[in-house]
Design a protein around this ligand. Structure first.
Ligand SMILES: Nc1ncnc2c1ncn2[C@@H]1O[C@H](COP(=O)(O)OP(=O)(O)OP(=O)(O)O)[C@@H](O)[C@H]1O
Ligand SMILES: [Mg+2]
Length: 362
């Protein structure tokens, strides 16, 4: 094994040890493959007949896929690298497509947005690759073409095997050419292990000090809120907060903390770019009046799922006050696509009915 590959393998094992775990058997093949990719990327591009092969890492929620690709990214010595999260990618491309100068030329606007996203990188890490509608299919196909043209190596994670992408039978055929391309051009690695690591007790203190892992999901008046000094906002604290292209009514803003009612954020016309804007500005997001998701509108559930995704990816501390959103969900019925992702992420928050996990502080 080359020196660069060995250095990357060591980096993985050290990163795991720092967080108090070890690389799981189901992750080993991915660690080896990512280490080899690091060695390939260390060679000057002109010594290659083509760019190193792309990688597609997939598996169910909480199997450590994001950890694998983020650790790889962090350990790559080259500055010519980019990391993108699915939500971020779409926000930037949609913004690009609506730039004023782009009004009559949507195509080139998307291309310029892609240019800006990719810059001079040789490798692009794209976390949480999925597609749900015709717009996604078009933009992803464009991304693939651009990466191929520019000989940029793509490393993605997904909850879906390539053939399962775009599960909606109405749209699946639109994505078939991209699926074929993925199967031809990418090495597909399945990291399905037996456990969702978010559901095993990883002490928050060793979880890379992630803020998201210090969140709460409790009823109003819970002692944990008092311990944090969180008093219910006075009416006079009500204010508006600038989100992406709209202002949102908040119950309070206290330094890096913002407090919303569930309805203001999830039952009004808000979207991922708004949550990203909030995540840029606030370290803690309090949501009160949280109902069981079984009682929420389909759009409300989807917004909440997206909000949790953004908070987890951007490491925002989420304090949910109200009912347990996942209580009384009808078993086995897919209420919202990807709700298992939400459940896995919420499993990291401390619940009122659960004692403090080892190492976790209030
Ligand atoms: N081998 C491991 N042992 C224990 N914990 C791990 C291991 N690998 C990763 N983790 C931890 O498991 C948690 C979930 O990992 P991660 O977010 O990477 O999952 P994921 O596969 O990307 O999930 P999703 O599909 O929901 O995005 C993280 O806190 C991560 O640090
Ligand atoms: Mg992930």
């Amino acid at each position: 094994m080359s020196q660069h590959a060995q250095a990357m393998r060591r980096h993985f094992h050290e990163a795991a040890a720092r967080r108090g775990f070890s690389v799981a058997p189901a992750q080993e093949a991915a660690v080896d493959r990512l280490a080899r990719l690091a060695a390939e990327l260390a060679r000057p591009a002109w010594t290659f007949p083509g760019p190193p092969r792309d990688l597609y890492v997939w598996g169910p929620v909480g199997r450590g896929k994001s950890w694998l690709v983020d650790t790889f990214y962090e350990g790559l010595p080259t500055p010519r690298k980019r990391r993108l999260h699915f939500h971020d990618f779409f926000r930037r491309l949609h913004d690009g497509a609506t730039w004023p100068g782009a009004r009559h030329d949507g195509q080139s606007a998307v291309d310029s947005a892609l240019d800006e996203l990719i810059g001079d990188s040789r490798v692009l890490v794209f976390d949480e690759f999925h597609a749900h509608d015709a717009g996604d299919a078009m933009l992803i196909a464009r991304l693939f073409r651009t990466l191929l043209d520019r000989r940029i190596t793509l490393v993605t994670t997904s909850n879906y095997p390539p053939a399962g992408l775009m599960p909606d039978p109405l749209y699946h055929h639109l994505f078939e050419p991209t699926i074929k391309l993925i199967e031809e051009r990418m090495d597909v690695l399945d990291v399905t292990g037996p456990v969702d690591f978010r559901r095993v007790a990883v002490p928050a203190a060793t979880d890379g000090g992630r803020r998201f892992a210090t969140g709460l999901c409790v009823p109003p008046g819970d002692a944990a809120l008092e311990a944090l000094g969180l008093t219910v906002p006075a009416a006079a604290e009500a204010t508006t907060v600038q989100a992406h292209l709209r202002e949102l009514p908040a119950r309070a803003v206290r330094g890096e903390l913002v407090w919303f009612g569930f309805d203001a954020l999830c039952e009004k016309a808000t979207a991922v770019p708004d949550y990203l804007a909030l995540a840029e500005r606030f370290a803690t997001l309090v949501l009160d009046g949280v109902p069981p998701l079984a009682e929420v509108s389909a759009d409300g559930r989807q917004r909440f799922a997206n909000l949790v995704d953004v908070a987890c990816d951007r490491d925002v501390r989420l304090l949910l006050i109200g009912s347990d959103p996942l209580a009384a969900l009808p078993a086995g019925r897919a209420l919202t696509r990807d709700l298992d992702r939400t459940a896995s992420r919420l499993a990291m928050l401390r619940r009122a009915d659960r004692s403090l996990r080892p190492g976790q502080r209030p």
